[in-house]
Each structure stands twice: as structure tokens, then as C-alpha cells.
Design a protein around this ligand. Structure first.
Ligand code: SF4
Length: 423
């Protein structure tokens, strides 16, 4: 058995593609954010509802405290000073209820297990490899792994999802003695994005996946064993793995990959005149053949991501008082003009006898604001149907997306229409 690394399911999409990330990321602290804390609170509400067999509105206006070790009802953590708190409001309760209804519809007549720790160490040959699955449902011949994602970020698909595959392996490990399970159904719930995705994996497919994870775990263990003498060999840049990597601003492999994509091969980044080379590459863009254009365009998200990380790292270092060659911090442009005191400005204009329409920017509320008023029952259901009939939406503008996008391609080439007529 190999040891050392904590192979977290949530970052498996990274360490499975780029074993070296386990070394490069280890000196960066775990960062928390309000979004992550809100997600922790929402998960806590969902698990309390499932365990107590209640609906989310049963907890309306109650406060959830988010602590480093997880979440709890704020009333139970009164000894802790200033925990981050979230109130169960109508919005949170509505979104969590969507998730609860979907889980309960699958759980009826089956065994429902909430917040289960699943251990997949034995499948991948690494010690202490486990995760916590939000919900596991055991049917006669199927294990279901449900994952709630409360963010408003990107839609995540269950198909080929490394995190869910690891939970699935762990669930098989924990529960195989309880039934004759032939497959694992993996489900992602993203109620705030109106997104639900599920995929089914046979036990055989999971064992193929386990062999890939085992190879990654072995690579990670061997880099750690030899104290990362040549970690660069194990770095493998790519959009999926680099997107949330903490090391992306300083990763030499990503920097090399991005610069090579733009200007072509080079020996030593320190000896390249980047500005001149980028000027040449920019001048050549319009004459590139279409296949090359497509390849370069596919790399844009990764390049943009790297630029953002680089810019953030330079800002952070300069703000921390460190020097970065060629850059400094200066006072930025002044902000927009504003009244130092709104009430005084209002009183002054009144004293000048300005008319209402001269003094105020009056504008009718937007459909989004009207919808909020509907949720607050300021606008009733019958009134809402009249409001709704006035809402209109412009067609979306033609947008370039990857070939894998589910929407059908627009036919913008009129020549194709003539070809069809001839046929
Ligand atoms: S930035 Fe990309 S290549 Fe570099 S360590 Fe992270 S995942 Fe690996």
C-alpha cells in the first residue's frame, strides 16, 4: 500500500491528470470563501431535513453557523465567538426543497443513507483515501450516489466525473455485503442552476476506473518518496485540471504550455523577447488555416485562466510589499462622483424647487425585481399572470461554443440551403 497523500475526491479531476499538482499545491493554504461557507450551510440544512424527515421550510429563519470543522445550528454553538452565520431564507429553503424532493423520489421503498463516509483505499492502493457522500441510496441491485452542489458557477455533469466515481468505489466497498449490486447511479443536483445530471456505471467500468486511479496514486506516492526531485516530469497542464489549481500562477509547466501555444516552441522563457514574439503571432492570426484557428481557440479558456492567476499573484505580491521586476503600485483613477450626503443633496434640490422628474431618476422596475415581489407576495398570483404577459426576451446572439455543446449548430451558410434545394 502507498501512503502520504490525502487523495481528495473533490480534486481527483486534478491529481488524476496531473500528479505533480499534489506537490506544487501543498504549500498553498486552504482558502475559504463566502460561497464555500454558504454551500456548507446549505448541505447542513439538506442533511438535517433528510435525517429528521422534515421539509426545508420547517427551518425557515433559523441560523446556521459555519465553523472550520463543519456546520451546526447557531443556537448550539453559542460559546464560539463570531462564527460565520447564514439564515435559512425563502430562497435557500426553495432550492434545498428541490433537492430533497428529487432524493426522496428515489429513496421511496429503498434505504436512504445521509452524509456517509466512504472509503476507497483498497480499490486504489492508497491508505486513508475516503470522502463523504451527501446521500447514498441502496436499491435491490443498484447503489445511488447523490451529490448536491449549491453554487451558481458552472454546470457539472455526472458522466465521467472522477469525484463521483470515487464515491461510487467507496460506496461499493462499504455496502457490497448488503446486496447484489450490478451498477452505481451517480447523480449531481445543482438546484440553483436548474441542473440535474445522472450517469450509470457498471461495476466492471468502475474497476477499470480504479486501475487508472491506482496508477495516479502510485505516481503521486513515488514523487513524494523521492522528495519531488523532478516534479516537472509529473506536471501535465490542461484546462480541466489547471482551472482551480492553487499553483497555476507559479506552475512552470502551465507557463511553458501557455507561451508555447501562443508563440511556438522555445528553449528558455527568460531569454525570449515575449512582446516581439506575441506581436508576430498576433499578426499571423488572420492568415492561419481554420484547423489551426480551432486548436488555438480551444486553448483560450486555459490561457485566460492563467492570465487571471498571474495577474492576481502580481497584485498580491506588490500589495504585500514584495518587489516584482518592472512593476509598482500607484494610486488608481478616482471613483465616480457621488453625494457626500444623499439627504442633504435632496434637501438642497427641494429648496431650489426642482420638479420631481428633474430631481429623481424614476424608472419602472425590471421583470427580475417584479418576480422578487411575486415571491414576497406583494404581487399576487392572478396579478402575476398579467405581469408575465408583458415580459419579453430577445433571441440570444449567435455564440461560438465547443462542438460538444448539446445545442444544435446554427446554419449560417446560405450556400448549404441551395445545396439542399438542388437535392
Ligand atoms: S497548474 Fe496545471 S500543470 Fe501546474 S500543477 Fe496545477 S494542474 Fe498541474
Amino acid at each position: 500500500m502507498t501512503s502520504h497523500a490525502k487523495l481528495s475526491p473533490s480534486s481527483a479531476h486534478r491529481w488524476m491528470q496531473c500528479a505533480g499538482s499534489m506537490i506544487l499545491e501543498k504549500d498553498f493554504p486552504d482558502s475559504s470563501s463566502e460561497h464555500a461557507d454558504e454551500g456548507t450551510a446549505a448541505h447542513f440544512l439538506a442533511s438535517e431535513c433528510l435525517e429528521q424527515n422534515k421539509d426545508a421550510t420547517d427551518f425557515l429563519n433559523q441560523e446556521i453557523a459555519v465553523l472550520p470543522q463543519g456546520a451546526a445550528w447557531a443556537r448550539d454553538v453559542w460559546k464560539i465567538t463570531n462564527p460565520t452565520k447564514f439564515t435559512v431564507d425563502l430562497e435557500m429553503s426553495e432550492y434545498i426543497q428541490i433537492y430533497l424532493d428529487a432524493v426522496r423520489s428515489q429513496a421511496t421503498g429503498n434505504e436512504l443513507l445521509v452524509e456517509q463516509r466512504v472509503d476507497f483505499s483498497s480499490f486504489i492502493g492508497a491508505e486513508n483515501a475516503f470522502g463523504t457522500s451527501d446521500v447514498i441510496i441502496l436499491t435491490d441491485d443498484e447503489i445511488q450516489v447523490h451529490d448536491l452542489k449549491y453554487g451558481r458557477g458552472v454546470k457539472v455533469n455526472a458522466e465521467d466525473n472522477e469525484q463521483l466515481n470515487l464515491y461510487a468505489l467507496g460506496a461499493l466497498n462499504n455496502f457490497e455485503a448488503f446486496g447484489d449490486f450490478k451498477q452505481v447511479r451517480q447523480v449531481i443536483h445543482q438546484p440553483r442552476l436548474n441542473h440535474y445530471s445522472e450517469a450509470v456505471c457498471s461495476v466492471e467500468e468502475l474497476s477499470v476506473f480504479a486501475s487508472h486511479v491506482r496508477a495516479s496514486a502510485n505516481a503521486i506516492a513515488s514523487i513524494q518518496e523521492y522528495e519531488a526531485k523532478d516534479v516537472n516530469v509529473y506536471l501535465n497542464p490542461g484546462e480541466k485540471q489547471c482551472q482551480w489549481c492553487k499553483a497555476k500562477a507559479t506552475c512552470p509547466a502551465l507557463a511553458k504550455h501557455v507561451v508555447e501555444t501562443v508563440i511556438g516552441d522555445f528553449e528558455d522563457l527568460d531569454n525570449v523577447d515575449l512582446n516581439a514574439q506575441i506581436d508576430v503571432a498576433t499578426g499571423e492570426v488572420t492568415s492561419l488555416e481554420n484547423n489551426r484557428l480551432g486548436k488555438l481557440f480551444a486553448a483560450v479558456p486555459l490561457i485566460e485562466n492563467w492570465i487571471k492567476a498571474l495577474s492576481g499573484a502580481v497584485h498580491n505580491k506588490l500589495h504585500a510589499g514584495e518587489s516584482v521586476q518592472g512593476f509598482k503600485i500607484v494610486q488608481g483613477k478616482q471613483g465616480n462622483r457621488a453625494w457626500s450626503n444623499d439627504d442633504e443633496a435632496e434637501a438642497l434640490f427641494k429648496s431650489m424647487r426642482l420638479k420631481t422628474e428633474e430631481m429623481y431618476n424614476l424608472k419602472v422596475i425590471s421583470p427580475t425585481t417584479a418576480e422578487k415581489l411575486k415571491k414576497e407576495n406583494v404581487i399576487g398570483p392572478r396579478q402575476w399572470s398579467k405581469v408575465e404577459s408583458l415580459i419579453t426576451r430577445a433571441d440570444g446572439k449567435p455564440t461560438v461554443v465547443p462542438e460538444s455543446d448539446k445545442r444544435p449548430a446554427l446554419n449560417l451558410n446560405p450556400q448549404n440551403d441551395f445545396e439542399n434545394l438542388d437535392a
